[in-house]
Ligand binder design. Structure first.
Ligand code: LAC
Length: 225
């Protein structure tokens, strides 16, 4: 059976720091920390909504965390600027290693899916805008379950939707919480350490493999067979 790969989207394939240039034109040198807080709050809101079982989609988490971040940094943005920032969330760029690595994995016969908290429509738009949609057999969105990673149900749903099994499916993610979620749900998982400073949570639940670029993925998958 061909190995199925579920690629996390935001932060793994797509660089969420890509909003920084738009932010810089609005708030100058606060842009970098603003962007980081925005991303952290976006994820926190998804975790909290998942736990509370009070679902609103990932786009709502993104816009409400933008509001939070404006208040936190006492930054006042106009509605037009906020809309521009949210729009830039659908035109974020892919990381440099993505196109080449995905092309080679496809050629080698791996089945590739995007697997994201983002709604199917948002992820389709994002991947199309980044020029990488054609590498994927499909998009699996947690929105179908009205829940978020790392609910174990979403990893089981990924397997069901892609007709894969735990012994032939991998999650590929730069987000430690996602890797730990997948491992805890019984999947193999590769952690893509996108920055030297990224820390993997010391929970004793380890990634199956650690890589620093998607270029290394294929070799690791072959070695793990
Ligand atoms: C996603 C977030 C977790 O794409 O990065 O699912």
């Amino acid at each position: 059976m061909a190995t199925t790969l579920g690629f996390d989207v935001y932060g793994t394939l797509i660089d969420t720091q890509g909003v920084i240039s738009t932010l810089e034109s609005m708030i100058g040198d606060k842009a970098s920390s603003f962007s980081q807080t925005w991303r952290e709050k976006q994820l926190e809101y998804s975790f909290r909504r998942g736990l509370m079982q009070n679902y609103a989609n990932f786009g709502v988490c993104t816009s409400q965390s933008l509001e939070y971040t404006c208040q936190h940094y006492a930054v006042s943005l106009t509605d037009t600027q906020k809309s521009e920032l949210l729009a830039s969330y659908s035109t974020l760029p892919a990381f440099d290693d993505v196109q080449g690595a995905l092309g080679k994995l496809r050629e080698a016969g791996f089945r590739l899916h995007a697997f994201s908290n983002g709604s199917e429509a948002a992820v389709e738009t994002l991947l199309n805008n980044a020029g990488i949609r054609d590498y994927f057999d499909g998009v699996v969105s947690c929105d179908d379950l009205r829940s978020f990673k790392p609910n174990p149900a979403v990893y089981a749903y990924f397997l069901r939707k892609t007709k894969a099994t735990n012994d032939s499916a991998w999650l590929i993610s730069s987000n430690p919480f996602d890797v730990i979620g997948a491992r805890s749900a019984g999947m193999y998982a590769a952690w893509v350490q996108r920055s030297q400073a990224a820390v993997f949570d010391p929970w004793g639940i380890e990634p199956t493999v650690r890589i620093s670029s998607l270029v290394e993925l294929q070799g690791e998958l072959v070695a793990a067979r």
